[in-house]
Design a protein around this ligand. Sequence first.
Ligand code: FAD
Length: 307
Amino acid sequence: VFDVLVVGGGPAGASAAIYAARKGLNTGVVAERFGGQVADTLGIENFISVQKTEGPKLVAQLEEHVNQYGVDVMKNQRAAAINKGNTLDITLENGAVLKAKSVVLATGARWRSMNVPGEAEYKGKGVAYCPHCDGPLFKGKPVAVIGGGNSGIEAAIDLANIVEHVTVLEFADTLRADEVLIKKANSLANVTIIKNAQTTEVVGDGNKVTGINYTDRVSGESHSLALAGIFVQIGLVPNTEWLKASDVALSRFGEIEIDSKGATSLAGVYAAGDATTTPFKQIIIAMGGGATASLGAFDYLIRQGQD
Ligand code: FAD
């Protein structure tokens, strides 16, 4: 029986594991893929105190740090269910059951992609998902934002300060963002919003993005835009489908609801990072959340009866 079992091996999970192990707790990590989204990231320039690093390098350092504490890391395993009896039981997809006194859920999230030709090919070569992370790479250049919801319009306002011009492409005939954001975006001279635009292809020169093609859904006409960058903002989906049947409460967006100590609605179960209701999704925030969740779990464990 683990004292703390962490589900997920991204920055939130790694941080939770280190904080738990440093309390002398018997700690395990079960992760489908150690490193999470960081493994898919090229340059990282906002991990404070490290001016510039690369995703795979940071993942290797995270793993080394976790291993230093003798944490039991179980990779290539997916959690499929969580149940509470005498212990908290995590059932894996392979049927095995891991038992723990407390659990930290850190299964992260995934960006919804456009699924058009060229998108996967130019990921990290102009196709980006995080304006906070990659906005400065496109300083003085034209970019597009795909999606006119809150995250898309926020991204457009944010990027307008940095880039030459922002074109927002929205599939529907209306924007789903808050009115105040739409007003702000409309007031910016270097932001253009195009509705009824169905993106059809990311265009590049073999090395990097050079533009995008879209179809006007009303006229049926095809258009091309010359661009250096494309920010896809059509949703961040938490990896919490496996929790829907559990006693862990999720928000209407599927995010794990947590309090200020990282506690979920199920006693002994804590959560951290992009899978939770934490409003901003960044590496440094996920790591802070992982630390909070483990300290929360420690607080919980020292209040339990001896067995
Ligand atoms: P994740 O990193 O998503 O990790 C989730 C972990 O859970 C993984 O190990 C995964 O395999 C595992 N998992 C999922 N489901 C299960 C399951 N059922 N069972 C077991 N394991 C499971 N942030 C920055 O601060 N700076 C940047 O420059 C930056 N650039 C980015 C670039 C890209 C392309 C992307 C996609 C994201 C970027 N981000 C950046 C965001 C940052 O990567 C995330 O905020 C951060 O990784 C979230 O950490 P996490 O641990 O919560 O989740």
